[in-house]
Design a protein around this ligand. Sequence first.
Ligand SMILES: Nc1ncnc2c1ncn2[C@@H]1O[C@H](COP(=O)(O)OP(=O)(O)OP(=O)(O)O)[C@@H](O)[C@H]1O
Ligand SMILES: [Mg+2]
Length: 656
Amino acid sequence: MPRPPAKEVPRWRRGKDIDPLLSAGRLSGRDAEQIARAYARIAPQQTAGTKAEVNDTLARTGAWRWRRHTAPFIWIACLLLGAYGLRLTAHPFAYAMIASVVVPALMFWGTRHLSPYAAHTSAAWGVITSVWLPSLASLGFSPPLPGLLALNWAVCAALWVRHYRWRPHAPEQPAPEPAGDEVTWARLTAERKWNAHLGTAGKLGGGGRRYPIQCDGIKTTIGTVLAASENIAGAWHKPMTEAYAERDPLGITSRGYLTILGRESLMTVREWTRTGMDPQTGLAVIGRYADGSDARVKFYTPRFGTKHALISGTTGSGKSELLHLLIFVALVTGWFVPIVLDPQEGQSLPFWRDRVLYAAGVDECHRMLRGLHAGMLGRSRYLSGLRWDDEGIAMRGMPFFDYELTGLPMPLIIFDEAHMALKGTTKQERGIVEDVVEIGRLGRKTGTALWLATHIPGLTDLGGEQALRDMLRGGNVVSMRTANRVGGPMLGLEKDPSEIPKFFADGKETYGLGYCAGPDNRPDAPMRSDLVPKAMRLQVPPVPVLDDRFLEAMDAAMGTQGVLLPSGEVPQPAEPDGEAPEGRRCVDAVWQVLSDAGKPMERGEIIKWVSELVTTGWGREEPFTIRSITTALKTLTDSGKITKDPNRAVYQAAER
Ligand SMILES: Nc1ncnc2c1ncn2[C@@H]1O[C@H](COP(=O)(O)OP(=O)(O)OP(=O)(O)O)[C@@H](O)[C@H]1O
Ligand SMILES: [Mg+2]
């Protein structure tokens, strides 16, 4: 506890410094004053009104209460006694004139160590004494002198008592909030034995404030503070979403932040701003932290590749809504091709069922993953031989993925309810796990992102594959409220998402509330995901298509089922066959292949022979796209020129 400045202690009191806390049991007026000074010093508004706070505090301590108020009485008593004594002498006026010089000088000298107010008042009283002493000594106590003296004294006494408080001002008034935070923090650190103090508060909206925490880094680190997140929230009597500590985003372990918010900062739902990913940084806003700043995830890094993500949370916590938002972000950006895997038979994201590539049910998910895996390997093959220009240096093979260098769209695999397909018990599920792990491993360099949502981020929900979880965690982690405790190693979060309250104070559910360990480096700050405005459902951005190479590899791997194309309106890329002359169109090539074969052919076979025919026989530079061949097959089937096996993708010319 800091000592009062030495000049405030008169020489005759020095050496008798008493620890005020130790002597709390026998509190003297001086000790009460010391405590009051120390208490007032804690408050940050020390600059203004420190004396007033000390006096208020002193007025509250019974031990001190009347001590200073006696000063005007002592002064008037001494003045009267002095005047009376002078009147008894042989030359009252002469002696009084001497006294009127000596007494003010003594009063000034004897009180110079006191506070400026006391010293100045004492000097003023000395001057008044120098007037009254000769008057009383020579004229005596006959009227109107006593009345005038009483009036003069009453004014002086009233000013004195006004300054030193007759009773505390508004004793029930609570301490102002910043002072309260300091005191609460001091109590918390004393109780937890932390060596950490708060810096100057930064103001946040809605009455919130954010303090830097500085730990000594030896006995206490920010990790020690974070481990007691429940105590921090408890000390301010708030939920953990309104009073919380977090690490310094720069990763300095002796520093952090304490955020105290006004009520319900995350209670209001924020709408998505309809902005996509920033092409320079690959960052996209998906929500906001409790202090109002944007919560972002990373989709992609130029000359590096894509980022994966692991999203977890109990049922109804907001995972699918977040995936819905991510699809919109991807489409607005225009670089990504969302591919939805929904083992829950298409119930998780039904809005996208006819709009993007969509696999519903475990079987379709399995086939789609086979196709994606093959497409990804095909792209790896292509990138390994790609010739490109690296700032003037001719390069062959690209050991990373870059959208702008390759112009290839990036498949964004949205795998909701992944635990349903990743049990790993049946042969099919084991195949799914293998493909997903491979996509996780190789996806980055081929521009394939895997955004996987599951209820519990435990290994049982991830096919027992630690490698899969590690790869997903290497990207973004978003954890909504979980039903049970989620251990640190599962997600790399220090806060437990199961501690997120189920309801806000007004009884509304805390949908979309969670933690995000992403590029903001704020895994300890609660966030809430943004909600896609309903109106966006009528303004779905164009869905890009995958490049033909990727689609062909997918198609070949998916066998007779082919790529599960969305049935809705999807913008088509500029098709070269649209400009082809009569007799050289895609439909002509398909018809020629089937009529020449004269036997049933599988779709994959048709695609292969059509490509062969048009590139070698017709001399086209590029083969027709799979989409064109699929459309041609449909046109010919509809016109009755070819027939299709009702159970399989097998076609035959109706006539030669
Ligand atoms: N950020 C948010 N703000 C407001 N409401 C939200 C938010 N996120 C989700 N919701 C609402 O919460 C409800 C549940 O969300 P959602 O279906 O995404 O949960 P889920 O985690 O996918 O659940 P399940 O695992 O059962 O599929 C929905 O009504 C959704 O509109
Ligand atoms: Mg869901």
